[in-house]
Write a protein that binds this ligand. Structure first.
Ligand SMILES: Cc1cc2nc3c(=O)[nH]c(=O)nc-3n(C[C@H](O)[C@H](O)[C@H](O)COP(=O)(O)OP(=O)(O)OC[C@H]3O[C@@H](n4cnc5c(N)ncnc54)[C@H](O)[C@@H]3O)c2cc1C
Length: 312
């Protein structure tokens, strides 16, 4: 049945940013409500080992996110499985409509809806995600020490990821569908000078190949977009670096955005262009995009919200 409920702090999103904000807001006695969205636990639920969460040498992504949810609930946050379908930030209290029909009013809102990596959309890419296919070199590069990897993309992200991967991999092949990169010149120069990197121009990856048991990548098939010729490039890891899409649909006409859709916050804070609305995690961050930085921003958002509410 449709109902309207009020909360002092509404947290939208259940990744590391959302759950950390929930822990801090609960401990500040703000009785926050957190709406999980269509991916409870966020992006880390689609990965396997995480080796850079401080305090856990290795932890499975879904386990870590379950622990964060338990922690937030234990501290007193109300965690709700629902999706925010409409958000009105034009007046306070702010209003959020959800998929279940419940309308929430809130004195402060913390946006933590994250971002999604852009993928090629190949069935074989989907099959090997987390088992040799990755969209994050910072997260997974370490697993490819002394091994061969392929990166696809031609912008700054692809060139940065390829350079970063040379710290671990024995060979990095960059596949790009054009005959020149869009990345900054200085980054391109570094890439061309690196003896570990080979570039395959005018080509698209059409298939990821690998083993079944255990699941693992052994090669990618590339097709030259000009000649149609195909060949396999042997590799142990395949990194998709064709960009990220921040989940800012709910607020794109209401808040200031930057860098193609990320929510803009005041430097050193999580304050957005509307007082009482805070943003944290990958939704605001096109640079670091890590669980620990998202959690850090979630903490900041709760503290910023607490200060805002104390002043109102
Ligand atoms: C495959 C993979 C592996 C990774 N490995 C690592 C790693 O090893 N180490 C590391 O530090 N980082 C890793 N990352 C990056 C890390 O997952 C992200 O930086 C982090 O999850 C971002 O956290 P977040 O809280 O900002 O948002 P996200 O984790 O993106 O969560 C966003 C949340 O918002 C919710 N949401 C979205 N829209 C709505 C809506 N309309 N209503 C309600 N809720 C909504 C979603 O359901 C989701 O719960 C990896 C990412 C991927 C994809």
């Amino acid at each position: 049945m449709a109902e309207t409920r009020h909360t002092r702090v509404l947290i939208i999103g259940s990744g590391p940013a959302g759950y950390t904000a929930a822990v801090y807001a609960s401990r500040a006695m703000l009785n926050p409500v957190l709406i999980q969205g269509m991916q409870p636990g966020g992006q880390l639920t689609i990965t396997t080992e995480v080796e850079n969460w401080p305090g856990d040498k290795t932890v499975m992504g879904p386990d870590l996110m379950q622990r964060m949810e338990d922690h937030a609930r234990e501290m007193g946050a109300e965690v709700i499985t629902d999706i925010v379908t409409r958000l009105d930030l034009s007046r306070r209290p702010f209003t959020a409509e959800t998929d279940s029909g419940t309308t929430w009013t809130a004195d402060a809102v913390i946006l933590a809806t994250g971002a999604q990596a852009r993928w090629l959309g190949l069935p074989s890419e989907e099959k090997f995600k987390g088992f040799g296919v990755s969209a994050c070199a910072t997260c997974d590069g370490f697993f490819y020490r002394g091994r061969e990897v392929v990166v696809i993309g031609g912008g700054n992200t692809a060139v940065e990821e390829a350079l970063f991967l040379t710290n671990f991999a024995s060979k990095v092949t960059v596949v790009h569908r054009r005959d020149s990169f869009r990345a900054e010149k200085i980054m391109q120069d570094r890439l061309f000078k690196n003896p570990k990197i080979t570039v395959v121009w005018d080509s698209a990856v059409t298939e990821v190949k690998g083993t079944e048991a255990p699941l693992g990548v052994t090669a990618v098939t590339v097709q030259n977009v000009k000649t149609g010729e195909t060949r396999d490039i042997p590799c142990d890891g395949f990194f998709v670096a064709i960009g990220h899409a921040p989940a800012s649909e709910l607020v794109k006409d209401q808040l200031e955005l930057h860098n193609g859709g990320y929510v803009k916050v005041e430097p050193g804070s999580t304050r957005t262009s509307i007082a009482g609305v805070f943003a944290a995690g990958d939704l605001t961050d096109h640079i670091y995009r890590q669980a620990v930085t998202s959690a850090g921003m979630g903490c900041m958002a709760a503290l910023d919200a607490e200060k805002f509410l104390a002043g109102h």
